[in-house]
Write a protein of this length. Structure first.
Length: 136
């Protein structure tokens, strides 16, 4: 899960046998538990709206609304779309994938466990954010 700038809020790596919507439920639960364990976020959570692709349509939208009170907007391809078209908000996640793809350990599945994959993702994002803080 990334914010509107494409910075990672929470990462959850799971096996290919887990459906996207089921993995997203675990991810959102972990994110909310982490955020609400921090004192400033307990009473004032700024999350209210999520963008997702078509694989999250259906029951997942209802689950998010009931569990967290957030709305989910599904970003779909245009009906008459041919070839590549930049979809609204979807490019933010794709750009984050491109940033992470520049890190050699993330270019292929080198990690033996899902936990180590998550750790490498967080390390790469920390490195990226620290480089942005440094003056040119």
């Amino acid at each position: 899960m990334v914010d509107t700038q494409g910075l990672i809020l929470e990462a959850y790596v799971h096996s290919a046998s887990v459906q996207d919507a089921e993995g997203a439920k675990t991810l959102l639960t972990r994110l909310k538990d982490r955020l609400f364990s921090l004192a400033p976020f307990r009473s004032n959570c700024r999350f209210s709206h999520l963008w997702a692709d078509g694989s999250y349509a259906g029951e997942f939208i209802k689950w998010v609304k009931e569990r967290f009170g957030w709305t989910v907007e599904i970003v779909r391809k245009l009906k008459d779309q041919k070839g590549f078209v930049v979809l609204p908000r979807r490019w933010v996640v794709e750009r984050t994938f491109a940033w992470l793809g520049k890190y050699r350990r993330l270019s292929k599945d080198y990690e033996a466990t899902t936990q180590s994959s998550e750790a490498v993702i967080y390390g790469a994002m920390i490195h990226l954010m620290l480089r942005r803080l440094r003056p040119p």
